[in-house]
Design a protein around this ligand. Structure first.
Ligand code: ADP
Ligand code: ADP
Ligand code: MG
Length: 622
């Protein structure tokens, strides 16, 4: 770069790391700001300088404009990249960055202002000859909204003009709901965006979301990088994106791209931006809004253009000239799936806690996973983006299916199965997804495995791995907890691999089968992915399962109902981690109960010769 040699990244998560990698490749010194909750994330570790911004909540760290700028200045950064979300679309902040003498890696604050509000953006679109969704903007009184809604007919959408990320949007089906809808929407908008202004739009059913990536430089040149289709949305939030769009003809593509460029030109737009459209099944299109930042789904554009969008953001900020439109070459088809820490089986409730390990598919995965990093409730639940590229849409789809089946994130529930289900939906396969499909149709759930199969796989994996301490000759007995069930396995070698007897069924498992399974083996059990479903199998032979251990580190439980054959320690005795404390017999096998850590026995509740219940406390450590 000619005008800066160091960059401050005012963001977190996968995007902070993704920006860091490009900045580093371009020879920049990288300064990353972080909150207490993100101290152990990869971008913080990889930065040349990492600066603490404050506590976990964004208001005390990433959104604290003055301390972000002070941190950048104090550590010698000359430019600032805001990433996406957080302060990226805040022109007040962008102006402060510039006023502090830093280079803002983003659109000029004036051009942000011209399109930031959804209402003003529509004015710019109309001036540029781009069709917008019919509706009402301006006067905020009920009568004006009512008149417009009645004129165009219900249903209509109320939108916060300052909204984003699918928030601040409310569907109104009838006149009787309008007044209360406006009141609620205004309250939500004030709360979320500090601005209660609303606009009204005709609700366009069955539409595809198609958006065009644009770039403008500081010399009046604007280009587009083609379109992305983000119709696979759950509650207005994108979950799978692809490029190019399967829903647009070559003519419509040309029109959308040309109009996106015209709109950006009209706005005097610089740097990266995205012009969003709704496209109806009969090929009509309407401008929706412009996003004045790098988009979460920018990697699919990078895959089909072979351009690094962050590199071009930095180069434009440095004053470089953009390439000519004719130099942009499109190649193949790309897809991206967003992996969230949320549980589809529990109403998509966000999941928090430590990441206990992960296995990612080959190819591009933008993520910020780190073993034992905590997923906290302070931020968005997105953990990773799995990105694939193929020669055709079919090839990309097959690759994404395979990649999701090889993705394992241990410790937290994720939406991987939901994503894999979307790929199997006939509407998705045919490119007919519209933005509400996922709100009406649940993606198919994959076939459940035969009972015992998962235990058989876990036992073969463990047998193949390190072998068990209680191995008896060539027969390996295992005891596994899956959900609420306890399953006994007997694993032997077999001419083609392993033979596992479980619940009266024999499973023959080959090493090739095992090598295709994404899995993680730890001291307490196995995580594995089978047919795009993730399973946790606890090894019940470890008397102290992790779950119990976490619940109360001082308690040693009986892992399952059985009779206590031996009790080997007394109160007051000191013990070492792994030392055998007692022996229990259950399901025709003996198992050793071991100490989870070094310490002293405070209390012995186990008595030899008695029976113990599952989860019964046997010992208490001091
Ligand atoms: P759109 O605004 O068109 O829905 P995106 O889905 O790219 O576009 O992003 C939605 C909003 O939420 C944007 O403001 C984006 O910056 C923010 N956002 C999305 N995902 C994340 C994430 N993982 N972390 C932080 N912010 C995010
Ligand atoms: P945000 O800033 O939250 O991304 P958008 O205006 O881009 O707001 O709308 C988000 C999503 O809501 C769109 O991708 C689309 O799925 C849906 N949507 C927005 N406007 C309409 C409309 N007029 N009719 C139908 N769906 C719409
Ligand atoms: Mg949008």
């Amino acid at each position: 770069m000619n005008n800066f040699d160091s960059l401050f990244i005012a963001n977190r998560g996968e995007i902070a790391l993704r920006i860091l990698r490009t900045a580093r490749r371009l020879g920049l010194r990288v300064v990353v700001g972080y909150s207490d909750a993100d101290r152990l994330t990869p971008a913080v570790k990889e930065a040349d300088v990492a600066v603490r911004l404050g506590a976990g909540p964004v208001g005390e760290s990433y959104l604290n404009q003055d301390s972000v700028i002070a941190a950048a200045l104090a550590h010698g950064a000359r430019a600032l990249h805001p990433g996406y979300g957080l302060l990226s679309e805040n022109s007040v902040f962008a102006r402060k960055v510039v006023a502090a003498g830093l280079i803002w890696v983003g659109p000029s604050p004036d051009s942000m202002d011209r399109v930031a509000s959804k209402g003003r953006a529509k004015e710019v679109a109309e001036r540029a000859g781009v069709p917008t969704v019919p509706g009402h903007r301006g006067a905020q009184d009920l009568a004006s909204f009512q008149r417009a809604a009645t004129a165009m007919g219900y249903p209509v959408l109320l939108k916060a003009t300052a909204g984003g990320g699918g928030r601040g949007i409310r569907l109104v089906n009838a006149d009787a709901e309008l007044a209360s809808g406006m009141e609620l929407a205004r309250g939500e908008a004030l709360n979320a965006f500090g601005d209660g202004e609303l606009l009204l739009e005709k609700y366009v059913p069955f539409a595809h979301h198609v958006e065009v990536q644009v770039f403008g430089d500081h010399h009046g040149h604007v280009v587009h990088l083609g379109e992305r289709d983000c119709s696979a949305q759950r509650r207005n939030q994108k979950v799978i994106e692809e490029a190019p769009s399967p829903a647009v003809s070559p003519q419509l593509r040309a029109t959308l791209c040309q109009q996106a460029v015209a709109l950006a030109r009209e706005a005097g737009y610089t740097n990266a931006g995205t012009v969003e459209f709704l496209v109806t099944p009969d090929g009509q299109h309407f401008f929706l809004e412009m996003n004045t930042r790098l988009q979460v789904e920018h990697p699919i554009t990078e895959m089909i253009t072979d351009l690094d969008l962050v590199e071009w953001q930095l180069r434009i900020a440095d004053g470089d000239h953009l390439f000519a439109q004719g130099q942009v070459k499109f190649r193949g088809h790309a897809m991206e799936a967003r992996i969230y820490a949320e549980d589809p089986a529990d109403g998509f409730r966000p999941q928090t806690g430590p990441i206990r390990g992960f296995v990612l598919p080959p190819g591009r995965v933008d993520h910020f996973l780190a073993e034992y990093a905590q997923v906290t409730p302070h931020y968005d639940a997105m953990l990773a983006k799995v990105i694939v590229h193929g020669d055709s849409r079919e090839a990309a789809l097959a690759q994404l299916e395979s990649a999701l089946g090889r993705t394992l994130i241990a410790g937290l529930r994720t939406n991987t199965m939901f994503l894999a289900g979307i790929l199997r939906m006939p509407d998705f396969r045919a490119g007919r997804m519209h933005t509400r499909t996922l709100d009406h149709v649940a993606p198919p759930v994959p076939e459940a495995p035969a009972p015992g199969l998962i235990a058989a796989l876990a036992s073969a994996l463990t047998f193949q791995g390190e072998g068990w301490s209680n191995s008896q000759g060539r027969e390996h007995v295992g005891l596994w907890r899956i959900g609420g069930d306890t399953v006994r396995t007997v694993c032997q070698s077999h001419p083609v691999g392993f033979e596992v007897h479980v619940q009266g069924v024999v499973h023959v498992i080959t090493p090739e089968q095992l090598s295709k399974l994404a899995h993680l083996i730890d001291r307490y059990g196995v995580n594995l992915v089978w047919n795009q479903q993730t399973f946790r199998v606890d090894n019940a032979l470890h008397a102290f399962s992790r779950a119990q251990h976490v619940a109360d580190p001082n308690i040693v439980f009986c892992p399952m109902a059985g009779s206590l054959l031996k009790v080997l320690v007394q109160a007051g005795e000191s013990v070492r981690r792994g030392q055998t404390l007692a022996v229990v017999e259950a399901m025709k096998m003996q198992m050793e109960i071991r100490s989870p850590r070094d310490g002293a026995i405070a209390e012995v509740l186990a008595r030899a010769g008695t029976t113990a219940k599952k989860q019964e406390t046997l010992f208490r450590l001091a």
